[in-house]
Design a protein around this ligand. Structure first.
Ligand code: UFG
Length: 331
């Protein structure tokens, strides 16, 4: 006798699904066979729509609407990307960051718990570490943020970890170093308004024929400009996929991971690479340093490698710059 086995499609809700990182995750998870439910205060671009099973156009703290959405779709997990994420803006408007990244995020977490969401992955940041005491930075490095952005991410990490330890939800935390690059089909890419990130600004300076501003060249680094660990957004997406697959199977014990390459480039090295790889001249001017910028941030990713079997595959500068360039040229 033949029994019909019901096949379940895995499903995930991604907050901030219209944003740079959330939109790449949406496409990646869909391509891995998941049903992806999006939630954002910004409507998805048309290129993203067909990767979304459904989309809720609202704020994470709009509890009645979010409760209803979760009840209808019952996702196996949530990836919480929605956040305010600009260091300089957080210095100017710390209360706005506290409200969005802590108060509203907490309301959203409570909604998830009361909806019996099993698994919750939080997009945190290297900014929780502040000025590092040693390089590469491991996950047990003291957290001492030097700006309100990092401070609010740290606060929400602590709220989430308490819920995890109390077994109210199975939580995972990823601390991203410098996310960059774009989708390989050039459908999605990095666009913030205003743009403050280095890689898109290097590309924009070429396309718009305006000099790039370098914020400080007197840091204690090999050439005086800040060193960062640049990680391709598809490498980030893959790590979330690996963690979500594990979380669906079991409760996480080791649940905080850095995501970086264990290497770093200075701003001048990025400019040099862009000139060679894109065969374009990058003009630049040296400006004052930005408040709250540490000199060097480089991750250790040994935990993600050991626990998740994750290693960066697409974070060489050639892939980062060519994918970002291809997307920007289409805009
Ligand atoms: N920079 C410039 N000119 C620009 C843009 C950036 O000189 O036009 C410099 C910055 O001052 C910094 C470096 O390039 O020294 C990288 O700046 P980004 O704005 O690209 O990235 P940040 O390192 O400031 O921050 C990013 C994320 C944070 C995260 C951090 C962790 O935005 O969320 O990486 O490394 F916390």
């Amino acid at each position: 006798m033949l029994y019909k086995r019901k096949m379940y499609t895995k499903s995930v809700l991604i907050t901030g699904s219209s944003g740079y990182i959330g939109s790449h995750f949406t496409k990646y998870f869909t391509q891995k066979g998941y049903h992806v439910f999006g939630l954002d205060v910004v409507e998805p671009k048309k290129e993203l729509r067909h990767y979304l099973k459904d989309f809720l156009h609202t704020d994470i703290a709009d509890t009645p609407l979010v409760l209803d959405y979760l009840a209808r779709h019952k996702p196996m997990g949530v990836i919480h990307c929605a956040a305010k994420a600009l260091v300089a803006e957080s210095v100017a408007f710390p209360q706005m960051y506290e409200d969005y990244n802590v108060t509203r995020a907490n309301a959203f977490l409570e909604t998830c718990i009361s909806s019996s969401i099993a698994n919750f992955i939080f997009s945190s940041t290297a900014a929780v570490y502040g000025e590092p005491l040693h390089i590469p930075i491991k996950e047990d490095h003291p957290r001492s943020p030097v700006n309100p952005y990092g401070e609010t991410k740290k606060k929400f990490e602590d709220i989430l970890l308490k819920k995890h330890h109390d077994k109210e939800i199975n939580a995972g935390i990823f601390r991203y170093f410098n996310a960059c690059g774009a989708d390989f089909d050039a459908e999605l890419g990095e666009c913030h308004e205003p743009e403050t990130h280095l890689i898109p600004n290097v590309i924009k300076s070429i396309l718009e024929e305006k000099p790039l501003h370098i914020f400080g060249n007197q840091f204690s680094t090999r050439d005086g400009t800040c060193v960062r660990d640049y990680i391709h957004v598809i490498d980030l997406a893959h790590s979330h996929y690996l963690l979500m697959e594990q979380m669906i199977q079991s409760q996480m014990t080791d649940n905080i991971f850095n995501l970086g390459t264990e290497g770093g480039y200075s701003i001048l090295e990025i400019i040099d690479a862009a000139q060679k790889i894109l065969t374009k001249k990058v003009h630049f001017e040296i400006k004052n340093p930005r408040p709250g910028d540490p000199a060097t941030l480089i991750a250790s990713h040994q935990k993600a490698k050991t626990v998740l079997g994750w290693e960066p595959q697409w974070s060489d500068l050639e892939t980062i710059l060519t994918t970002a360039w291809a997307w920007h040229q289409k805009q």
